[in-house]
Design a protein around this ligand. Structure first.
Ligand code: SAM
Ligand code: CA
Length: 221
């Protein structure tokens, strides 16, 4: 067996960013603006964003979905990777959070690609399915309330075309998924149940990557 994933200490992390990160100025500015937010830790890391942008380009994605926008860094990153006629359906329930990102979407010239729906994501995704949009999307990123993940996964799987990709964030959950969940820890239990379900799910090709807080990639067969 070759080496397991490296432990990335601060010096190595700095090196990784210095030698790979290519942010648009609007991404850097939005990240700086979010850094002082009390929930700044909810934002994906820039290298994870850049990796997701690469996936979006490799897929040739035109239509994407995001479940969980927060201040809009991941949405900005995906939108920048979409072609000019690409569209991102961005789902969140919090206007206060999402309002932070919108000037940066404008600054990057991608605001026209992002359709922000402020409603429970289930409502938005179910409406798209009811409107006959099954099979019409190429990429989805799921990063919202953990107990909702299974439902978001099922909706996104229907909305995606064969060959489309779902990226699911926080699937290692700070390491907690590897230990029995406390009775009152519904988030850990939900992630454990979803990880177990995906492992056996023959509708997808699967990889769980130890990037960030764990990123699961599920390619629709
Ligand atoms: N992807 C974002 C980023 O990288 O900056 C972080 C998203 S943050 C972890 C989770 C978001 O999910 C919050 O903005 C929260 O308002 C949203 N959220 C929570 N419950 C939701 C629901 N039922 N439907 C849609 N969004 C929800
Ligand atoms: Ca996350």
């Amino acid at each position: 067996m070759s080496r397991r994933t490296l432990t990335v200490d601060d010096a190595l992390y700095r090196y990784l960013l210095e030698h790979s990160l290519r942010e648009h100025p609007a991404q850097a500015a939005l990240r700086a603006a979010t850094a002082t937010h009390p929930h700044a830790g909810m934002q994906i890391s820039p290298e994870q964003g850049q990796f997701m942008a690469l996936l979006v380009k490799l897929l040739g994605a035109r239509r994407a979905i995001e479940v969980g926008v927060f201040t809009g860094y991941s949405a900005l990153t995906v939108a920048l990777a979409l072609p000019d006629d690409g569209r991102l359906l961005a789902c969140d329930i919090n206007d206060e959070y999402t309002r932070v990102g919108q000037p940066y979407w404008e600054q990057a010239g991608v605001a026209n690609k992002i359709e922000l729906r402020l409603a429970p994501a289930r409502t938005t995704l179910d409406a798209r399915l009811a409107a006959g949009e099954a099979g019409r999307y190429d990429f989805a990123f799921i990063d919202a309330d953990k107990t909702g993940y299974d439902a978001y996964y099922e909706c996104c799987l229907e909305l995606l075309r064969a060959g489309g990709l779902i990226a699911i964030d926080n699937t290692l959950w700070g390491g907690k998924v590897a230990h029995p969940a406390a009775d009152d820890d519904a988030d850990t239990a939900a992630l454990q149940a979803l990880n177990a379900k995906l492992h056996d799910d023959q509708r997808i090709d699967l990889s769980l990557l130890p990037i960030g807080d764990g990123l699961t990639l599920a390619r629709k067969r």
